[in-house]
Design a protein around this ligand. Structure first.
Ligand SMILES: Nc1ncnc2c1ncn2[C@@H]1O[C@H](COP(=O)(O)OP(=O)(O)O)[C@@H](O)[C@H]1O
Ligand SMILES: [Mg+2]
Length: 252
């Protein structure tokens, strides 16, 4: 067993009084991929956003309970949100690149963090693009607009950009749901690479994808964590009837 990277204890979240997460507890190990599955509106995005305190940007949100990363509760008043977010990269369903060059998208975070040395910035660009399996496709056009890339390339660039701040955890909220099967397969291969160096959490409504890429799977249903176990167990022999109904396509 690897170290526990993320430990969630009795987490509850309310949007303006309406409960969206109910008493969630689970653990994620370092260098593992955890998939969050469940029907639309069940709280997957809400949950993944609690891991980097992104829900705080939404008015009227109340959070009770703990999210421990490396043993520290990120909701403690002493925690600095800026340094917390440096530990955590996030990738969304829609590529959210800046309308700037490929190069500028990648050096944005490191520059904000104070890196000025041109040679070092170039190294970050090359390293993260290679990691995201995008270097060969874009190395001759680093100054072209990031928005000129295909949807799949843009999403891999978002992943490369997430890596530029040297995070420890990568959160992905349906990163491939807008992509064609070939681009999706590339993202899945990349997730496999990512887990060698990072702890990965991925929301997906594609169950085959969850089964392919993840080590453990959490099944959410109307704000509750119904079942959390090894992915093979969830997909071959789930303990709960609701999980079985969902993975066999009986609802959702
Ligand atoms: N910003 C928000 N303000 C109020 N309610 C929200 C907000 N975001 C999500 N919700 C509600 O919380 C519940 C869970 O939503 P969400 O986490 O987006 O689910 P999922 O990602 O599984 O589709 C839904 O009922 C949704 O309407
Ligand atoms: Mg969602």
């Amino acid at each position: 067993m690897n170290d526990i990277k993320v430990k969630v204890n009795n987490l509850n979240l309310f949007y303006s009084g309406k409960q969206a997460l109910k008493n969630i507890s689970l653990e994620m190990e370092t260098n593992r991929v955890t998939a969050l599955i469940g029907p639309s509106g069940c709280g997957k995005s809400t949950f993944i956003r609690t891991l980097n305190r992104m829900n705080e940007l939404i008015r009227g949100v109340k959070i009770r309970g703990e999210v421990k990363i490396d043993g520290q509760n990120i909701y403690d008043s002493s925690v600095d949100v800026v340094s917390l977010r440096k530990k955590i990269g996030m990738v969304f369903q829609k590529a959210n690149l800046f309308p700037k060059s490929i190069y500028d998208n990648l050096v944005y975070g490191p520059k904000i963090n104070g890196l000025r040395n041109k040679k070092k910035l170039n190294e970050v660009v090359e390293k993260t693009l290679k990691y995201a399996a995008l270097w060969d496709e874009v190395k001759d056009r680093l100054n072209s607009s990031a928005l000129s890339l295909s949807g799949g390339q843009q999403q891999r660039l978002c992943i490369a950009r997430a890596l530029t701040i040297e995070p420890e955890i990568i959160l992905m909220d349906e990163p491939a749901s807008a992509l064609d099967p070939i681009a999706t397969a590339k993202i899945e291969e990349l997730i496999f690479e990512l887990k060698k160096n990072y702890t990965v959490v991925i929301v997906t409504h594609n169950m085959q994808q969850a089964a392919r890429v993840s080590d453990q799977t959490a099944f959410f249903y109307v704000g509750e964590l119904i079942e959390f176990d090894k992915t093979t167990k969830i997909f071959t022999n789930p303990s709960k009837k609701q999980t079985e109904d969902y993975i066999s396509g009986r609802f959702g």
